[in-house]
Every structure is written in structure tokens, then in C-alpha cells.
Design a protein around this ligand. Structure first.
Ligand code: PMP
Length: 281
């Protein structure tokens, strides 16, 4: 198992310093990129989001994006990854622990590694259940930072309640789930929270919106309440490698018929045609 460490591909070993700011402050950004049939899916979109996240926290990405893309390709090849994910993170680097940014001589630390992971076809087919929980995160959820404690706590609560995902709401407005975006279907129209500071603008979310356009399905990027969610005809979540998973129960209440709905299936079918057999690089 080889990893990318700054600009070198090396054997996986302990290269993380105890004073890495990612480790001590969660001071960094990350991406999870899906790999299907040996190819990275929507790589440019992930690189664009990474750049934006880094800019928003005033972190300068040490590698030129094109070089980074090539390194990631090399990493996938060298590890013979067919189906899985790349985890990529950049932290503000290693410096004596002090809250303010270290001086310019400290360079950010880039790490990437791959993990093989199969598509979750059983969940896709049968749907999952979710719980509702309050969104206790900060006001910059649009930045993909390493600070994931509220997300961790929400997902843990879901699992402790025999659910797969935790759908979060702020003052009764559904934002997103602990590690995925949320869509609802009502009368053949879709609704999802607008891409503002309250959610992470998912790459899969963006793809789904694009596919809906091609399918002549109307997507309203508008907020909706918990009650609207519970009364929806269909609910589904989207995220890298989860792709599109129907949510058939929320807080033990069935959604619609309690089975994956037709609109969800239609979008999923279209999505599958993009990733099978292979995709873009
Ligand atoms: N929202 C949150 C909070 C997430 O952690 C994720 C997954 N990283 C998503 C949405 C989905 O984003 P993407 O489709 O880019 O994986």
C-alpha cells in the first residue's frame, strides 16, 4: 500500500508529526474522490472544490493542481485500485502548537491514500433508514474542513438508533445529512437545500441536479422543513461512492410507500450508466 506524501509516492508509514496542525486543530481541508473501473470520477470538480476550501481558510495548496492530479493518477495505478476511494488532505503543516498561522516558511502537508471499496448495491436497492438530529455545526459548512466532530456525533447517534444516516436540521429546516446531501421528491419535483454556507455542495449533488435536467425533472434548490421531508413521496441521499441511496424511513416513519421510489430509481439508473463500465478521468 503506497501513499502520496507531499510530492512523493512512498510506502505507507508513520509520517505524521504530532504537531501537524491537522492533528491538533483540524486545521486543513480534504476530499474523497470515487474510483470506478480504475478511473477517478469527476476529478476536476473535486480539485475545484479543494481549491475553494483551501482559499476560504487561507491555505495555499503547495502542489500545482495539474501535478496533484497526475500524482493521484499515479497513486491509483501503483496500488492497482479498480473500485474505491482516494482520501486526500492538506493541512497547514507542522509548527510548535500555537493557534495563529505559522510563518510562511512552514509548508502545508499533503497526504493521499487509496482504499478499495465496493459500491453499496444492496443499500441502493433496498434503501436505508435515517434519524433526524439538530444541526449543531458552525456557519461555514460549505468548506470541506477536517473538523468533523458534529458529523461524527450525528452518525454515531444514527447507528445507535439502528439507522444508516442522520439527517440534520437547523431550526426545523433540513440542511443535509452527516456525510451526504439530502433530496426529497414531492409530486415528481425535487427539492434540496440551496448550496450556501449551511451545506457542503456535494459533487454527487451537483451531478444529480445535472442528470435531472437531462431527465426533465424539476429541481428546486430551496429550503424545506422537517414536516415536508416526512411527508415527501421519496427521499434520497447522495455522496461520493454511496452515490444515490433511497431513504425509506425517517425516525421510524415510512417515507411514501416505504420502498425506494420511481423518481429516485430513474435518477439512479441514469447515474449508473455514467459509472459503468468506466467514466471520465
Ligand atoms: N455533505 C457532507 C457533510 C459530507 O461530508 C459529504 C461527503 N463528503 C457530502 C455532503 C457529499 O459530498 P460529495 O457528493 O462531494 O461526496
Amino acid at each position: 500500500n503506497k501513499i502520496l506524501f507531499n510530492d512523493r509516492i512512498i510506502e505507507r508509514e508513520n509520517v505524521i508529526d504530532i504537531e501537524d496542525r491537522g492533528y491538533q486543530f483540524g486545521d486543513g481541508v480534504y476530499e474523497v474522490i470515487g474510483v470506478y473501473g480504475g478511473k477517478m470520477f469527476m476529478l476536476d470538480e473535486h480539485m475545484e472544490r479543494l481549491k475553494r476550501s483551501a482559499d476560504e481558510i487561507q491555505l495555499k495548496i503547495p502542489l500545482i493542481i495539474n501535478d496533484l492530479k497526475n500524482k493521484l493518477r499515479e497513486l491509483v495505478l501503483i496500488n492497482n485500485l479498480e473500485e474505491g476511494i482516494i482520501y486526500l488532505q492538506i493541512t497547514r503543516g507542522v509548527a510548535p502548537r500555537w493557534h495563529t498561522f505559522p510563518d510562511e516558511t512552514v509548508s502545508p502537508v499533503t497526504i493521499a491514500y487509496v482504499r478499495s471499496l465496493k459500491r453499496m448495491t444492496d443499500l441502493e436497492k433496498n434503501g436505508v433508514s435515517a434519524i433526524l438530529t439538530e444541526d449543531i455545526r458552525w456557519l461555514r459548512c460549505d468548506i470541506k474542513t477536517l473538523n468533523l466532530l458534529p458529523n461524527v456525533l450525528s452518525k454515531q447517534k444514527a447507528v445507535e438508533n439502528s439507522a444508516f444516516e442522520a439527517i440534520m436540521h437547523r431550526k426545523n429546516i433540513v440542511t443535509e445529512a452527516s456525510s451526504s446531501n439530502v433530496f426529497i421528491v414531492k409530486n415528481e419535483e425535487l427539492f434540496t437545500h440551496p448550496a450556501n454556507n449551511f451545506i457542503l455542495n456535494g459533487i454527487t449533488r451537483k451531478k444529480v441536479i445535472q442528470l435531472c435536467e437531462e431527465l426533465n425533472l424539476k429541481v428546486n434548490e430551496e429550503t424545506f422543513t422537517v414536516d415536508t421531508l416526512l411527508q415527501a413521496d421519496e427521499v434520497f441521499i447522495t455522496a461520493t461512492k454511496l452515490d444515490i441511496i433511497p431513504v425509506v424511513k425517517v425516525n421510524n416513519q415510512p417515507i411514501g410507500t416505504g420502498k425506494p421510489g420511481n423518481v429516485t430509481k430513474k435518477i439512479l439508473h441514469k447515474f449508473q450508466s455514467l459509472i459503468q463500465p468506466a467514466t471520465q478521468t
